[in-house]
Design a protein around this ligand. Sequence first.
Ligand SMILES: Cc1ncc(C[n+]2csc(CCOP(=O)(O)OP(=O)(O)O)c2C)c(N)n1
Length: 332
Amino acid sequence: MSKDVLKSEKKETNISSKVALKLFEEMLNIRRFEEKAGQLYGQGMIGGFCHLYIGQEAVAVGMQHVMKEGDSVITTYRDHGLMLSCGSDPKIVLAELMGRIDGCSKGKGGSMHMFDLKNHFYGGHGIVGAPVPLGTGIAFANKYRGNNNVCLTYFGDGAANQGQVYESFNMAALWRLPVVYIIENNEYAMGTSVKRSSYATDLYHRGESMGIPGMQVNGMDVQEVITGGREALDYVRSGKGPIIVEMKTYRYRGHSMSDPAKYRSKEEVEKFKENKDPIETLRKFILDNNFADKDKLKEMDKDIRAKLNEVVEFCKNSPEPDYDELWTDVYQ
Ligand SMILES: Cc1ncc(C[n+]2csc(CCOP(=O)(O)OP(=O)(O)O)c2C)c(N)n1
């Protein structure tokens, strides 16, 4: 691979039925979890901010599929789906959302402050763009230790216009750090569309001046994410330095639960749901290839919902943190 910009449009061709069903289950897990989070928010069981990942599931699940043990993930506040894809227990994610003691931050952080070191998930950061220098630092540590691990550093299209992003790019290119920068281009930064905020809207070009290759991937199709992701990880793991992967995706819900999303039309959202939904696309692939029938897929959904109900029950019974907890875990 040269330093030229790449365009990955290939689909994974020889995906097995076992893998297809696993990917389907993982994406559906995230979808149902996020729908439930939205519902609980509406019932007042979740407070503060809550940014849902619905529509973007193929990105997290596809990339996780091509990562190796030891690789790590860091992202912004739209973090529940990515954390679940890292293998975190849904109970600790939901308990955190609901402000309960069994959450990963003992219920003190909520939606934007997730962390799971055991599963190599470095957060969950509420500051736009913050994961970029942090992820670059993790990549620096990996290179220093010579462990051949890669850090997958996620951020949004809005964050892509920040200065700290380019400072990080420069250092990563200079020191050939093992980092995949994943821009989740879901077309909006709060209420501002990419077209209104960015002169150049093909964000995978953004590292060119520093010799960082870029790749644009259809983030609505898990098989394309897998092909592109594998190429990107191979490139970085071979010691050539960072790469930028722009995942073209779309979020179905507003920026956060408090956003009615009036800056876009219902028709626009419906068009994505009807024609590009990552779960429906894989469902069709599974059915067309006779990997499973409709009933089996319905059964999987039923199981996922039943397990999720158990998670909700667990979290409802988990106590809120004591008042004294306010004074623990404080950096001094
Ligand atoms: C430094 C900073 N500025 C502003 C905000 C407020 N803010 C939160 S999310 C957001 C939009 C970011 O959009 P994008 O990077 O595209 O990510 P997305 O929400 O689409 O996943 C803004 C401006 C913030 N959290 N941090």
